[in-house]
Write a protein that binds this ligand. Structure first.
Ligand SMILES: O=C(O)CCC(=O)C(=O)O
Ligand SMILES: [Fe+2]
Length: 331
């Protein structure tokens, strides 16, 4: 019962910008490049971007506003036909930890649209706290369970271990892989839940799982707290799990997690993003991952840019020095 893109279209989860809307967004991005300091990761740049985001095309603002209230059955929003580089797309970066420090039209467009959903946020321990990340295959990291890899990336909540993980993850495609087979995989808890029985659903709410922080988030972490994979309303719960780094604490919890994984597999949709596509995943309701692809490291590999959004920035204030956008460490 995998969900295909036509179903997303029926559910208003796909919005293609018309040419005038694309031109309006490009003009806003150009205005941001002209009127803000060149470096993205400054308070001034984000303030200017936030102000300009209030002038996004009206239909786009309406779409974003509705999505923040209810992300729908698939908990994803796919925006299409965003502006790219006006003078041609540069080579795909291939350095580990590559980020966008200096604004360009696509990075500015990503930031403007993200600010229509909430506040931009990043993590000091990840990509040096940059607000716009490159998601690209990195030589030697093919097998890595992270976005630098090119093997299949297991389904996960972004930063599942972190209490201030993003509410939304924005992934914008600049270039797909050579064979055009690499896809963002998404699955919502709303689709998976009906495939589980009541006992399994109840157990998934119990604190019988741990998700460890990666070493990059610091050594002085105690043991991670045991939590449920599901939380909140039993009829419409949030999901927090990473099928690479979440560990069940007992055999029964392990068996239920395996059944959840099967259910997730059955409802997973693969979105082959095309240049100009921007997918926002509601990180509270949906998991994401990626299928495998072949990188060539010839400057024409797959290239996404990524940004994280918080709906309530205040919640993480204790970990954000000077009220900046960068979350430091874990509580
Ligand atoms: O490569 C993708 O499509 C998704 C990678 C991913 O999980 C991420 O960048 O957070
Ligand atoms: Fe991810």
């Amino acid at each position: 019962m995998s969900v295909d893109v036509s179903e997303l279209v029926r559910n208003d989860a796909v919005v293609t910008l018309g040419e005038p809307e694309r031109a309006e967004l490009e003009a806003l991005a150009q205005d941001l490049l002209r009127s803000a300091p060149p470096r993205i990761d400054t308070t001034e740049w984000v303030e200017r971007a936030r102000d300009l985001s209030t002038s996004l095309p009206a239909r786009l603002r309406l779409t974003l506003r509705r999505f923040t209230r209810d992300a729908g059955p698939d908990a994803v929003l796919l925006l299409r036909n965003l502006p790219g580089y006006p003078d041609g797309l540069p080579d795909t970066p291939m350095a580990a930890g590559s980020v966008q420090r200096t604004a360009t039209v696509p990075a500015a467009a990503l930031a403007l649209v993200s600010l229509g959903l909430g506040e931009l946020v990043s993590f000091r321990e990840e990509k040096h706290g940059a607000l716009v990340h490159d998601v690209v295959p990195v030589p030697g990291m093919e097998e890595y369970q992270g976005n630098a890899g090119s093997v299949a990336l297991n389904m996960h909540t972004e930063n599942a271990f972190h209490p201030f993980r993003p509410d939304f993850v924005g992934l914008m495609c600049l270039r797909n892989d050579h064979a055009d087979i690499a896809g963002l995989r998404i699955a919502s808890v709303r689709r998976a839940l009906p495939l589980l029985d009541d006992a399994d659903r109840a157990l998934l709410h119990q604190p019988r799982y741990v998700t460890a922080a990666p070493a990059s988030f610091g050594e002085n972490q105690g043991l991670p707290e045991a939590v449920g994979v599901l939380s909140g309303s039993p009829e419409d719960p949030d999901i927090t799990v990473d099928f690479t780094s979440t560990t069940p604490l007992d055999d029964e919890a392990a068996a239920v997690l395996a059944r959840l994984r099967t259910a997730i597999d059955r409802v997973t949709t693969t979105l082959i993003l095309a240049p100009g596509d921007l997918a926002f995943v509601d990180n509270r309701l949906a998991l994401h991952g990626r299928n495998s692809f072949q990188p060539y490291y010839d400057g024409r590999d797959r290239w996404l840019q990524r940004a994280f959004v918080h709906r309530d920035l205040r919640r993480s204030r204790a970990l954000r020095p000077a009220d900046g956008p960068v979350v430091h460490g874990t509580p």
